[in-house]
Design a protein around this ligand. Structure first.
Ligand code: HEC
Length: 283
C-alpha cells in the first residue's frame, strides 16, 4: 500500500511537471516570431548568367514562401508599379493587404496606393477594359485567383520566359504562353533576350522524318537594369505576392498548423503517460 501511494504521488508529480513543460513551450512558441524569413531556394536554371541559358526552363520552380513577409512586401510594391496598370486584384482590398503584410499605413499611402485610391478600395486597375481590348486584343485578366488557377511555377516561368519576336504585334513572345497578348513589360528590368532554336527530327506516322525548329536556349541581346539573379528574385517576389493574394489566409493558417500538430503530439504523449499511470496498479 505504502509503495503504491508513494508511486502515485511520484506519478502525479511527474504529470504536473510535464504539463508545466507543455505550457512553457506553448508560451514560447506563441511569443516567438511566426514569420521565419526564409530565403527561397535559387530557381531559374544553373546556367543563368552564362552566354546561353534556359534549355531547362520547363523545370524552373518558383521556390517561393508565403511566410516570407519581406518578399511579399516587395512583391506588393512591384505589383503596384509594374502590373496594376493593366491587371486588377478585385477580391482584395488595399487595407487587408497592408494588414496581412505588415505594411504601415503611411508607407501604404506614400509608396503603394495609386493616387485617388483609399485603403478600403479594392485593388483595381485604372485601365478601362474596352481600351485594353483595343490595344492588346484581349482584356488583361484579373490576377486575384491566377496563382490558384495556373500554379506558382507557371507564373514564375511566364514572367521569366519572354523573348524578342518581331513577328508578334507586341514584339515579344513567351515560352510558357506562346503567342501571348501580354507585352514584355519587364524588359526594362530584365533586358531583352532572344530565343535560339535547334532543328529536331521527329518520326511521322508513316515513318517520314520531319525536322522542326525547337527552342534550345536564350541569348541576352540587351542588358536590363537588373542582373539575371536579381531579375529572378524580382519575379519570385511578385509570384509570391500573387500566391498570397490567391489565398490571403494561408500564411497565418500554415504557421498556426505547425503549432496545432505539435500540440496534438504532445497531448497524445501525455494521454499515453496518464493511461500508463492509471493502469499500472490494476495488473
Ligand atoms: C501593358 C499591360 C500589361 C501589363 C503592365 C501587365 N500585363 Fe499581364 N497580361 C496582359 C495581357 C493583355 C494579358 C492577356 C495575355 C493572353 O491571354 O495572351 C496578360 C496576362 C497575364 C497573365 C495570365 C497568363 C495566362 O496564362 O493566362 C498573368 C499571370 C500576367 N499577365 C501577369 C502579369 C504580371 C505579374 C504583371 C506585372 C509584372 C503584368 N502581367 C503586367 C497585359 C499586361
Amino acid at each position: 500500500m505504502r509503495t503504491n501511494g508513494s508511486r502515485a504521488t511520484r506519478g502525479r508529480f511527474l504529470l504536473a511537471a510535464i504539463v508545466q513543460c507543455v505550457l512553457v513551450t506553448g508560451a514560447v512558441a506563441l511569443l516567438s516570431p511566426v514569420h521565419a524569413a526564409e530565403e527561397a531556394a535559387p530557381a531559374g536554371g544553373k546556367e543563368a548568367g552564362k552566354e546561353g541559358w534556359g534549355s531547362d526552363w520547363k523545370t524552373w520552380r518558383a521556390g517561393t514562401d508565403v511566410e516570407n513577409v519581406a518578399s511579399l512586401q516587395r512583391g506588393a510594391r512591384d505589383f503596384a508599379s509594374y502590373c496594376l496598370g493593366c491587371h486588377s486584384l478585385k477580391y482584395e482590398r488595399w487595407s487587408r493587404m497592408a494588414k496581412d503584410l505588415d505594411i504601415p499605413e503611411d508607407i501604404l499611402a506614400k509608396d503603394v496606393l495609386p493616387p485617388g485610391d483609399k485603403p478600403a478600395s479594392y485593388i483595381l486597375t485604372s485601365m478601362p477594359a474596352a481600351d485594353a481590348e483595343t490595344w492588346f486584343g484581349k482584356t488583361p485578366p484579373d490576377l486575384s485567383l491566377m496563382a490558384r488557377a495556373r500554379g506558382k511555377d507557371y507564373l514564375y516561368r511566364f514572367l521569366t520566359t519572354f523573348y524578342l519576336d518581331p513577328t508578334r504585334p507586341t514584339g515579344a513572345n513567351n515560352l510558357q504562353l506562346p503567342a501571348t497578348a501580354m507585352p514584355a513589360v519587364l524588359s526594362e528590368l530584365e533586358g531583352v533576350k532572344r530565343a535560339v532554336y535547334k532543328n529536331e527530327e521527329t518520326q511521322g506516322a508513316e515513318g517520314k522524318t520531319t525536322t522542326e525548329p525547337v527552342f534550345d536556349h536564350f541569348e541576352q541581346v540587351a542588358p536590363g537594369r537588373l542582373s539575371r539573379a536579381e531579375y529572378e528574385g524580382f519575379a519570385r517576389d511578385i509570384v509570391n505576392f500573387l500566391d498570397y493574394v490567391g489565398e490571403p489566409a494561408q500564411a497565418a493558417r500554415r504557421s498556426l498548423g505547425i503549432w496545432v500538430v505539435l500540440f496534438l503530439l504532445v497531448f497524445t504523449w501525455l494521454a499515453w503517460l496518464m493511461k500508463k499511470e492509471f493502469w499500472k496498479d490494476v495488473h
